[in-house]
Design a protein around this ligand. Structure first.
Ligand code: SAH
Length: 265
């Protein structure tokens, strides 16, 4: 990619979290900025319908990313944002969930800082918050979990290199992002480091969207059940006693209560 060019007016880059899937979980601020932007740079994990909010004459640039194949290398993407801003455009860089949680948002705005490009960050509902709410699994609960941990389960060289003793503590909820590929190893390690094999654990796929699937099991059986059900990314793994509440608290999709038949004598 060529070096970014200067223009008389520099635009601003807005790093915007688009939430986990449901369009109406977008913040009002995000919706306004998306509607006003001259250019929108987005990847594959953004809520359906978000792009309909983009102005018809705005540039839409797809830089899709899936864990194994990076469509646009991160460095090139960082410079793309610089170039667009230097062309005088106000740019929305859309990210799934929250831009500062496993979103490389920090790396993108570090480059903007180095090039002197003005930027703002708009938080979004992160997948853990969205999936937990829509699955009926409170992440903390006075009887079950005083701590909640967000951790990446992304495999490096086929292993998940994490602080297992810290993750396998009692009375906490652990949410694994990007963990589906390593789910067998994750469950094994949690048991090996002290959690009971019967510890409740769940997977939420496509959380908050109308394709949401929730699978509840325990550490011993979760990986097998996920394989059987053919669940794949994007999905979160939630481990902790709070998962046992799902049976009572699941509310989505909302139940339809039919009105009592009215008798007319
Ligand atoms: N910045 C994002 C996370 C990006 S990492 C956020 O704050 O949510 C991508 C991972 O997020 C996926 O591999 C998956 O584990 C999780 N994820 C994102 N959207 C999801 C959804 N709708 N349902 C389940 N998991 C999701």
């Amino acid at each position: 990619m060529s070096q970014p060019q200067h223009s008389s007016r520099t635009g601003t880059v807005y790093l915007v979290g688009s939430g986990p899937g449901a369009l109406d979980l977008l913040t009002l601020r995000a919706a306004r900025l998306i509607g006003e932007a001259d250019a929108v740079v987005y990847d594959h994990l953004i809520a359906e319908g978000v792009l309909d909010l983009v102005r018809a004459d705005a540039q839409k640039i797809y830089v899709g990313k899936e864990s194994s194949k990076h469509t646009v290398p991160q460095e090139e993407l960082n410079l793309l944002l610089v170039r667009l801003a230097r062309e005088g455009k106000n740019v929305v860089r859309l990210k799934g969930g929250d831009p500062f949680i496993f979103g490389r948002g920090g790396e993108e705005i570090e480059t903007l800082f180095e090039f002197g490009i003005p930027f703002e960050v708009v938080p979004g509902v992160t997948a853990a918050a969205g999936c937990a709410a829509y699955a009926g699994i409170p992440l903390t609960h006075r009887d079950h979990a005083q701590v909640v941990v967000f951790v990446t389960g992304h495999l490096r060289d086929g292993t998940v290199n994490l602080d297992w003793p810290a993750l396998a503590r009692p009375n906490q909820t652990v949410v694994f992002y990007m963990g589906i590929g390593g789910i067998g190893e994750i469950c094994r390690q949690m048991i090996a480091h002290g959690l009971p094999a019967t510890q409740p654990a769940a997977v939420v796929q496509n959380g908050t969207s109308n394709r949401q699937q929730v699978l509840v099991a325990d550490l011993d059986t979760l990986a097998g059940r996920v394989k059987e059900a053919g669940i794949s990314s994007p999905a979160l793994i939630i481990v902790g006693k709070v998962v046992s509440l799902q049976k009572k608290l699941a509310w989505f999709p909302p139940k339809v209560f039919l009105a009592e038949p009215v008798c007319h004598d």
